[in-house]
Design a protein around this ligand. Structure first.
Ligand code: ADP
Length: 338
């Protein structure tokens, strides 16, 4: 129903309510006055005056009652109604303001405003996510487009041609990793429970180190390992992703010839630390690195800022926690407790 029709209907109801109230007050006052006229034997002009007063009293009582109802009940309800319609159309910035003292209406106003605040927060998050995803996709796609255009030149020598093809493959790999990470994160975000089994944590970490062998060998990195036999309960596939991201980052942000430490400690809980003596993280970034798409220094990262968000989500699904300690140029240490 459109606004005009609703307003018209409201007015009609107000007029009907006014007439009903007026009649009730009129008959009440008239009955009282009629009795007085009969017992006191009042003259005709006196009785006419009394009737006029009855009409006036009935009119003003109906008007006062209706105005009170309007300001205390109908107007606040109308404001809430208009705001609900705005939310239905996707405008979450509406705030309901009314001063009705009726407790039910007050709490309806407060709850409505809390709801729009939360919806606004989710909307901002979603928009930020879309902007970040679009940006992350744009970079490799533009690069692929650029190198493919360059490859169309028939005069290119074999070495340059190979270099451009390598760049295209590299950017396609980035795109594939990005989509994979987004899908994984999105799946995990809708997951509350994970399937768990027993697995050998020390063996799993060693396997991850082997997977990353090419990378740490290229940087001539020394490994400092303390991986005692440890049996663990959890989702082995997901936990493998945690070590792959943390050790992968340690290699990525290490300098040539650096050292990476990986340690397992079995206390009340299992504690794994991954440390490096690489570039480190500034204090202002430390509180944000687990956020989606956050990259402290984009120019130094070849990733997409989703690795640590994945790590955090997986660890939380295991009812554990992960945190980082670091100082610029002094390396970083990530601890997982689960
Ligand atoms: P990325 O794909 O950029 O590595 P991550 O989510 O894995 O994304 O990490 C987020 C950011 O945290 C990185 O961009 C980097 O700035 C910082 N970071 C993560 N691990 C380390 C580390 N071991 N040393 C220094 N900085 C790190």
């Amino acid at each position: 129903m459109n606004d005009k029709k609703t307003k018209l209907k409201n007015r009609l109801w107000m007029i009907i309510a006014f007439i009903i109230l007026f009649l009730i007050f009129y008959f009440l006052a008239a009955a009282t006055v009629e009795g007085v006229i009969r017992t006191e034997n009042i003259t005709l002009s006196g009785s006419l005056k009394a009737r006029a007063i009855v009409i006036l009293v009935a009119f003003s009582s109906a008007a006062v009652l209706l105005a009170t109802m309007y300001f205390l009940l109908l107007r606040p309800l109308d404001k809430i109604n208009v705001s609900v319609r705005a939310v239905a159309k996707g405008d979450f910035s509406v705030v309901v303001k009314h001063n009705s003292p009726i407790p039910g209406l007050k709490s309806m106003r407060d709850n409505f405003n809390i709801m729009t605040q939360e919806l606004l927060g989710t909307e901002t998050l979603r928009n930020d996510f879309v902007v970040s995803v679009s940006h992350e996709f744009k970079t490799p796609i533009s690069a692929i487009q650029g190198y493919a255009t360059l490859l169309q030149n028939d005069d290119l020598d074999e070495k340059t041609r190979k270099k451009y093809i390598e760049k295209i493959v590299e950017n396609a790999e980035n795109l594939s990793e990005l989509t994979g990470n987004i899908l994984r994160l999105s799946n995990l975000e809708h997951q509350e429970i994970i399937s768990e089994d027993l697995f050998r944590l020390d063996e799993q970490i060693r396997r991850v180190l082997l997977l990353l062998e090419k990378e740490w060998e290229q940087k001539e990195i020394t490994l400092d390992l303390d991986l005692p036999r440890t049996e663990c309960r959890g989702n082995a596939e997901l936990m493998k992703m945690v070590w792959y991201n943390l050790i992968g980052n340690a290699v990525k942000y290490s300098r040539q010839g650096g050292t990476i430490g990986v340690r397992i400690e079995q206390k009340e809980k299992t504690i794994v630390t991954v440390s490096d003596n690489g570039i480190g993280i500034e204090e202002k970034d430390l509180g944000h690195i687990f956020e989606k798409f956050y990259q402290a220094d984009k120019s130094r990262s070849s990733g997409n800022g989703l690795g640590l968000a994945l790590v955090k989500k997986i660890v939380e699904l295991h009812k554990g926690r992960v945190w980082a300690e670091s100082a610029p140029r002094q390396g970083a240490r990530f601890t997982v407790e689960f």
